[in-house]
Design a protein around this ligand. Structure first.
Ligand SMILES: NC(=O)C1=CN([C@@H]2O[C@H](COP(=O)(O)OP(=O)(O)OC[C@H]3O[C@@H](n4cnc5c(N)ncnc54)[C@H](OP(=O)(O)O)[C@@H]3O)[C@@H](O)[C@H]2O)[C@@H](O)CC1
Ligand SMILES: Nc1ncnc2c1ncn2[C@@H]1O[C@H](COP(=O)(O)OP(=O)(O)O)[C@@H](O)[C@H]1O
Ligand SMILES: [K+]
Length: 513
């Protein structure tokens, strides 16, 4: 599902008005009627007090229309207009008049006015600012926003939580509404998925307001949301007359004394993702544990007992997963340099191999094009330097990926894969996956898909989806706290089967913690 910029949404608005021959006011009516239908179907006329806080732009206009429909259906409403500017939008004014025609008199709030009392049992509709916010609100408006946040009432935000910009980081976190639920028009917004701004939308949902399909399909978007609908067409079915050679040979290089488990996890995940053959390259101390824990994997041992010291093997792998549990000893750094100097096989690089590369940036030029790097946030910072905010992080990461022609994965609650100027945002996964070794599992899964002939970008985006889905299916059985990396591996098969289950997880329309 595409994610659009504010500019693209305004363009879609215009082309909808032209192509569907409707007025902007009719489009607002359509959007706000959807808000009403959503709320009405849940409240069923309940006698709860609904406070609508409206701005003076089109977001406020949506609030005005919603207020009218609620009143017509007998709801108990209070309409408050936050008059932060003299420049009221036409459709806001039109719908303000329509309210007045129905004898609903809004309460106009200015800089020195007392704020309405809100009980924690009430419902707040937040329609103060939408995607038109372009500067931090004035101090008195921030006080209004704080008043909403402090009320402990349920807050339903229209389009986005007021106070968030769509394409840059907020400057003052007190200026943002903390929404319990966001009803966003037509398409998800990037801010829902970034750690800094995503925290303001506890849950979000998309309302399809019928914006011009042709325009939306033609837009060249930077970010794409990845759900089942996006990955399913990539799935490669197994052929009847295939054999294990058809599905590639993965080599997993890593491990050090005390960290052999990481290689076991990655190799196991790689096998469970369908790699035809898996060989692990580890220091000698890992030989027995590896062969015992995972009889399906073959093992090549380094000459060094405790660490990888000289990477030599006589197999021809399809792809190499590199770095999990490998440590950062000088001997290992030397081995990595020597290996990278001659290696031509595509790589999936993780963990301490990334840290070694961060300390020796000249290694970057030796990595084959379109290899995959999977840093968690701290590893990313070592690789690309620090950032001011999430938007700068994305820009720096995109530039890095372009400079070295690498696929860069930013791991997190919504893992983002960057390549060729585009970003693919994952929708699966849960906080139970914040557990030791879950990243090792992901490395094994990406490696396993590349082995089977998926191109590196698809393999990465698909594996991240499946990894999260495995975690989601596992958590249903064991709960967040008891979820372990091994448990994620146990559910990889179910995640594949789930691709063909039309009942659940069919798309990223709704997100729930
Ligand atoms: N296609 C769609 O998806 C549809 C969208 N619709 C709705 O329209 C909403 C966007 O509406 P909008 O453009 O009027 O902007 P909105 O957010 O209401 O802000 C109002 C104005 O405030 C101003 N301003 C900005 N920052 C400020 C500040 N700090 N302090 C004071 N003033 C500030 C700024 O004007 P400026 O002063 O910069 O000229 C801005 O224009 C969208 O979120 C959705 O709810 C639907 O109705 C129909 C279909
Ligand atoms: N809150 C979360 N929600 C969803 N996924 C998460 C969350 N926290 C971590 N993960 C996922 O778990 C994995 C953690 O990777 P990493 O930090 O490298 O772990 P490790 O080094 O222990 O293997 C990543 O794939 C990440 O996206
Ligand atoms: K809003």
């Amino acid at each position: 599902m595409k994610i659009f910029t504010a500019q693209q949404i305004y363009e879609a608005d215009k082309s909808t008005i032209v192509n569907q021959q409707i007025t902007s006011d009719e489009l607002m009516e359509r959007a706000a009627t959807q808000l009403f239908t959503w709320l009405h179907s849940r409240l069923q006329g309940a006698p709860v007090k609904i406070h609508l806080f409206c701005g003076i732009g089109n977001n406020g206009g949506d609030g005005m229309v919603l207020a009218r429909h609620l009143q017509e259906h007998g709801y108990l409403i209070g309409v408050h207009v936050v008059t932060y500017s003299e420049k009221r939008s036409q459709d806001f004014l039109l719908n303000l008049d329509r309210l007045k025609e129905r004898k609903i008199w809004p309460n106009f709030i200015g800089p020195n006015d007392e704020l309405p009392k809100i009980d924690k049992e009430d419902i707040i509709v937040d329609a103060i600012f939408g995607i038109g916010l372009n500067r931090t609100p004035d101090d008195w408006v921030i006080k209004v926003i704080q008043h909403l946040n402090n009320s402990r009432a349920f807050i339903l935000s229209v389009d986005i939580p007021s106070g968030l910009f769509v394409d840059k980081a907020p400057k003052n976190e007190d200026s943002i509404v903390r929404a319990n639920h966001v009803l966003s028009f037509q398409a998800p917004k990037l801010i829902f998925f970034l750690p800094q701004t995503g925290i303001y939308s506890n849950q979000w949902e998309i309302l399809d307001i019928g914006l011009d399909r042709d325009y939306l399909n033609s837009v060249d978007n930077v970010y794409e949301l990845i759900g089942k609908n996006e990955v399913l067409p990539w799935y490669k079915p197994r052929e009847k007359f295939s054999h294990k050679g058809t599905y590639g040979h993965s080599l997993i290089i890593g491990g050090s004394y005390g960290k052999i488990g990481a290689v076991i996890l990655a190799s196991d995940a790689c096998l469970n993702t369908g790699s035809g053959l898996v060989t692990a390259y580890i220091p000698t101390c890992g030989y027995i544990p590896m062969q015992t824990a995972l009889p399906e994997a073959m093992v090549i041992t380094d000459t060094n007992e405790k660490m990888v010291s000289d990477i030599q093997f006589d197999i021809t792998p399809t792809v190499i997963g590199l770095g999990i549990g490998i440590g950062q000893d000088n001997i290992t750094t030397g081995a990595l340099k020597e290996f990278l100097r001659t290696n031509k096989t595509p790589l999936v690089i993780d963990a301490d191999a990334l840290n070694i590369i961060s300390k020796n940036k000249e290694f970057l030029k030796m990595i084959p094009a379109q290899s995959v790097l999977t840093p968690h946030p701290k590893e990313l910072e070592r690789l690309i330097g620090s950032w001011q905010d999430d938007f700068e992080k994305l820009d720096k990461a995109k530039a890095f990926s372009k400079q070295y022609d690498l696929i860069l994965v930013i791991k997190g609650a919504h893992t983002i894969t960057l390549y060729n100027g585009k970003g693919y945002i994952n929708t699966t996964g849960n906080p139970g996956m914040a557990t030791a070794g879950s990243g090792d599992v992901l490395t094994g899964m990406i490696t396993g898909l590349i082995a089977q002939g998926y191109d590196s970008l698809r393999a990465t985006v698909f594996a991240i989806y499946l990894h999260g889905r495995s975690g989601d299916l596992a958590v249903e059985q064991c709960g967040y706290q008891a979820l372990t990396a091994s448990e994620i591996i146990d559910f990889i098969g179910d995640a594949f089967l789930d691709l063909f289950n039309v009942q659940e997880g069919s798309g990223p329309q709704e997100e729930m913690e």
